[in-house]
Ligand binder design. Sequence first.
Ligand code: ADP
Ligand code: ZN
Ligand code: ZN
Length: 707
Amino acid sequence: MSDQSIVLHVAVQAPAHSQIGDLLSYAHDAPLPPGTLVRVPLGPREVPGIVWDGAPAHAPAGGPLRAVGAVLGGLPPLDAPWRRLVAFAARYYQRGLGEVALAALPPALRELTPEQLARRLRRRAAAPALPPRPEEAGEGEGVTSIPIALSAEQTSAGAQINAQTGPFLLFGSTGSGKTEVYLHAVQQALARDERAQALVLVPEINLTPQLQARFRERFAPLYGDAAIVSLHSGMTPPQRLASWLAAHAGQARIVLGTRMAIFASLPHLALIVVDEEHDASYKQQEGARYSARDLAVWRGRDAGAKVILGSATPSLESWHASSPGVGRYRRLAMPSRIGAAELPRLRLVDMAQQPRRAVFAPPLVAAITERVERGEQCLVLLNRRGFAPVLHCHACGWKSDCPHCSATQVFHKVDRTLRCHHCGAAGSVPRACPACGNPDIVPAGRGTEQLEEQLAALLRNVITPERRAARVARIDADTTRAKGALAAQLAQVHAGEVDVLVGTQMVAKGHDFRRMTLVAAVQPDSALFSSDFRAPERLFALLMQAGGRAGRDARYMAAHQSAPELWVQTWHPEHPLFAALRAHDYPAFAARQLAEREAAAMPPFSHQALLRADARTQEAAQAFLQAAGQAAREAALPGLAQVFLYPPVPLTVQRVANVERAQMLLESASRAALQAVLAAWQPLLHAERSRHKGLVRWLVDVDPQAI
Ligand code: ADP
Ligand code: ZN
Ligand code: ZN
């Protein structure tokens, strides 16, 4: 055996909350560059690791250090910017460096032996390499292979993106052609440098196929099919590995992905686009609870890459950052729709004026009927899946509570089951009330499935111009569980085989339906009075987004002499949110919300973190939080004077799968102070944990999206 004389610092994935430090030391017979993938012994196992930065040292031969097991030498090391990103994310979101670093790699890569990796890399090398660069590419500024002429607003946005460093907040109405601006910016970035790479993030996998098609159509002729890859959780492990390797090797020039793609290795990153930047799905809800949008801004600045955040309804954080007084982001406005298409007119239906128990107000049904008879499409939005949320006994008041959660099981008519949407527990529907034996238990409340049925019944006699009966179809999490189901259903809508689409927010975002002219939100009220201070912001964004599906094609609308409408059924038509919605005035809505937030010192005027505890009992969960707060005060943690610790409270859904959950909110006007407290708190929390027997786990959520 050669002498093991060099000490390497290696990031490994230590079990969550174990006390293993961030980096472990191993001996090796030669120095390895930081970023090299290795396999190292950890306890009885061999685990993947990444050689990390750190002063080289000599270890005494035969010393106590264990030796590196294998080196995955065929792979170029993960570069310093990637390591900085991972280190920042770990620090900021209060997780282990190794945990974040290894989780950022595709699972298939973590499992490969050096031999398997070498074989894979050989196979890649054997595959046809980059295509010959066609003439159009490389002309630099003013490349004109763009088939459509940009609108004046698109041109202006594009010019600013070209000339300034950013980050940019592209504030463009729905249908203003934001995607075209992204395509243009990507084209500019790739033409400027023949190795440059662009990362384009979208909120949901559902949206990737349409976007991917547009990027492929535009860039495959220029750079070849292999230059455009996707990265999201819907891919198989081998697919993900292939995309990841292509990005890491620099062959992929454009990576399209969901939030996880923010951690892709992109050695020549020149541009990051975050589409629908306000979307809550950019926040990871497990493990390291990172915000891909916020990391995009950090990564862009660190790597010298431009960042474009795009939305018709930006997050209040980004809006505030781009306000003239703050100016951290450069705001680019595109208020007009392409082709002078109109934005939908708001039709508020006061439910107090409607027949009692009507789910669909008669005027709305009439409006839908009229549209369908003209051959136009309508979208009915509801944000709850399942047939009916609750089974209910009128005789004794029993309802279908989940036995494991403080939530109610939902009645699914298709397979006649009761399912808990929190823990997944499912059972069959009882024949009679389990409490009193009453055989007449009925569904209460409404889900998309029931809406679909009711609507189909209401439109039973409606005939389309093609002289066929109106078709109602539903798209939600239940109808799209099978692979490819969503794409197939969306294709039917695009092909005009569906007249009325009933769906959840899944169909409200992003899609470019060309014949849709009416959108209706049937039950949006709960969000008006939610305890979550972000609920109005979300509702406004959802309604604007959903409304944005209507009337996108100016020529179609003109030919049909049709005007787009957004219908909202509400018991609170006087609510100020609707006034802003009517005027399509996001700035007015944002200004009012921001004034309220400022007065109450809430984000973005303060910074928040949650300490959460899960335990066998609510008392145990809260006791841990109480003790953690006490420990912080006793230790007089640095920055604590500027951080407010709220008392522990149960979560809204307090019990899930028999685990009680509680949380404690931390708030500070100073992000730095909050970060200092969280960092110094970690060891105390680990120590406290062992003193609380009933505790299942604890976790920290920095910049939480829901309180
Ligand atoms: P957004 O993302 O802002 O909602 P899209 O980028 O989807 O809007 O654009 C809306 C529609 O307008 C799309 O069908 C797109 O192809 C079309 N479009 C965009 N820019 C132009 C343009 N400059 N000329 C003609 N059509 C355009
Ligand atoms: Zn009963
Ligand atoms: Zn449950």
